[in-house]
Design a protein. Structure first.
Length: 127
């Protein structure tokens, strides 16, 4: 595997100082994220009323790239709804999965609900 896709929950867990597997920190550098997930990170930080922008910006800059949401991905995001609704996956979660499916990558998430989801790409939990 040459690249991997990170869910917003991975960056949020790092920012909050949560206990994670040691190799998670190495995943940020060189990881790929959907622009929808980057927006989710900044939105969540805003919700928490925390001034974590410098730390967040530093993490975001370690990523290999941020991919825009394409029309093709939008269709996949919608089509994943029935398969992921039982686990409560959000539109942002499905954007992450759609990107991984498009580029043929594995996904890393801190959201344990994803362990009950099978969509055609490998999903790894970082806790």
């Amino acid at each position: 595997m040459s690249e991997w896709v990170l869910d917003s929950s991975v960056l949020l867990a790092i920012i909050r100082g949560e206990r994670l597997k040691p190799e998670v920190y190495d995943l940020v550098e060189g990881g790929v994220m959907s622009a929808a997930n980057v927006a989710e990170v900044y939105s969540r930080i805003s919700d928490l009323h925390l001034d974590l922008s410098p730390k967040t910006d530093a993490l975001i800059h370690l990523l290999d790239r941020i991919e825009p949401v394409t029309e093709q991905q939008a269709r996949v995001i919608g089509s994943l709804r029935p398969q992921t609704k039982h686990a409560g996956l959000s539109l942002g979660d499905r954007a992450c999965l759609a990107l991984a499916l498009q580029v043929g990558a594995e996904v890393y998430t801190a959201d344990t609900a994803w362990s009950n989801v099978k969509v055609g790409c490998a999903i790894h939990l970082v806790r």
